[in-house]
Design a protein around this ligand. Structure first.
Ligand code: UTP
Length: 317
């Protein structure tokens, strides 16, 4: 066991993917900017990083980065208009994203894969361990997992992945980890990782989800990692090397098993499910939305004139 006292302060949020599963919405907007009810998914992710003490956030951006930069920047005209109207509640919402963290940007010239995107962070991160948070994976703030992952890094060194148990028939959609138990509940040692395995051959039903705490030695490994599945440089492949070589400096990979609420916004169906799940829990929207959903289900999703009326909520004009 390598107990380390160094603090992790930097979060890297890759947002340079093509988002092809979400076209045409992602033609001109990064998928991380798609709203989950009324807030871009990436804002939740930044809030999560900050809540875990990581207030230095580096976005890896690609084409269409403008929306993203604007969202985390001041919007003077809008702010002045809301202030002049005395609409302080909405003004606070607009200002919130600009005050969250110290935000930096680096460009990934070509979308050559998540591993390649992470490699773009090397100069900013330098020799410190850092977290990576994917913007299409939302972890409910009530079930925060980053603090536990940071503890595991502090205890064992090396890198840490976040694992979620999924039905075997779905493991082929994820990176999958071969693991063994440690003496701590829900913390495992990762021996091997395989990206999107055939379910019949998958070494476990533990899927890797979009939170990582990485040792800076990952950069050296990524730089030497050839393109893998889909012609992309896969973060999973670099982690596989680190998992296989626990004795190299910075090597070794552990996993924290996550059993909380997670919302996937990466494809159309799971995005819709995420929006509905989060909206029904909100005080301002939940009661009416639940009622409307009940009516919709009772009517077996057929249209009636009342459905038009139910869609017009007070104050929406
Ligand atoms: P995904 O594979 O989910 O994103 O990458 P994608 O490629 O944009 O999605 P589809 O499959 O075409 O719909 C996981 C994360 O890595 C980022 C993405 O933005 C996403 O947050 N990523 C991926 C990059 O930043 N650069 C890349 O080259 C690839």
């Amino acid at each position: 066991m390598v107990s380390t006292t160094e603090q992790v302060t930097k979060a890297v949020v890759p947002a340079a993917g093509l988002g092809t599963r979400f076209l045409p919405a992602t033609k001109a907007t990064p998928k991380e900017m798609l709203p989950v009810v009324d807030t871009p998914a990436i804002q939740f992710v930044v809030e999560e990083a900050v809540a875990a003490g990581l207030d230095d956030v580096l976005f890896i951006t690609g084409r269409n980065k403008r929306n993203l930069e604007d969202h985390f920047d001041r919007a003077y005209e809008l702010e002045q208009t809301l202030a002049a109207k005395g609409d302080l509640e909405r003004l606070a919402l607009v200002e919130e994203a600009t005050k969250l963290a110290r935000i930096h940007y680096v460009r990934q010239g070509e979308p050559l894969g998540l591993g390649h995107a992470v490699l773009m962070a090397e100069q900013h991160v330098a020799h410190e361990p850092f977290a990576v948070l994917l913007g299409d994976d939302l972890i409910d703030a009530r079930d925060a997992v980053l603090p536990a992952m940071l503890d595991v890094r502090a205890r064992y060194g090396g890198s840490v992945v976040c694992l979620m148990e999924v039905p075997r028939e779905r493991i082929g959609l994820y990176g999958c980890a071969a693991v063994s138990a440690t003496d701590v509940d829900d913390v495992v040692r990762v021996h091997d990782l395989v990206e999107k395995p055939d379910p019949a051959e998958a070494p476990s039903t533990f899927a890797v989800i979009g939170r990582y705490v990485l040792d800076p030695s990952v950069f050296e490994v990524l730089a030497a990692t050839p393109p893998g599945r889909g012609g992309e440089i896969q973060l999973t492949d670099a982690l596989r090397t680190l998992a296989a070589e626990p004795d190299r400096p910075g090597g070794g990979v552990h996993g924290v098993i996550f059993r909380g609420r997670r919302y996937d916004t990466g494809d159309k169906l799971s995005y819709l499910q995420a929006v509905v799940r989060l909206a029904v829990e909100r005080d301002d929207l939940g009661p009416e939305l639940r009622e409307w959903l009940r009516e919709l289900v009772a009517a077996d999703f057929t249209w009636s004139p009342e459905v038009n009326d139910a869609a017009a909520t007070p104050g929406s004009a």
